[in-house]
Design a protein. Structure first.
Length: 132
């Protein structure tokens, strides 16, 4: 009760009242063929100017080949690396402020075996690519 009275008497400024967020998302093809290289775009929406995320992927179905950052809205990278033994990609950096969607990186993979390849930004919804 005490906190609600304090908030009523001394409301937080608008900038502090709503929590700012940056949401990363993956844009991927619905399917790929074995031995085919394919790209997944990582994009961001939101107000923050920095990010630190881990992306998990099905290491048996797909293999990360490289992270392409040309044309990215990231102005300084802290981490851009992957580990095919663990099936993990780590991305961290600062983003150039701008309205709307921000381009983070292109992830280039190779499809290894048939099946359902799954990718997920930690704490978010999983996406699936059908490997034929």
């Amino acid at each position: 009760l005490k906190d609600s009275v304090m908030t009523a008497l001394y409301p937080k400024p608008e900038s502090q009242a709503s929590e700012k967020m940056l949401t990363l998302s993956l844009q991927a093809p619905a399917e790929a063929r074995v031995n085919q290289e394919f790209e997944i775009r990582v994009v961001a929406d939101g107000d923050l100017d920095s990010f630190n995320n881990k992306i998990n992927y099905s290491k048996d179905q797909i293999q990360a080949l490289r992270i392409e950052v040309a044309g990215s809205d990231v102005n300084s990278w802290y981490k851009e690396e992957f580990d095919n033994n663990l099936g993990e990609i780590y991305l961290a950096g600062n983003i150039t402020p701008k309205e709307g969607q921000k381009n983070i990186a292109k992830l280039v993979f190779k499809a290894n075996t048939k099946g359902q390849a799954k990718l997920m930004i930690e704490g978010q919804k999983e996406i699936t690519i059908n490997i034929k």
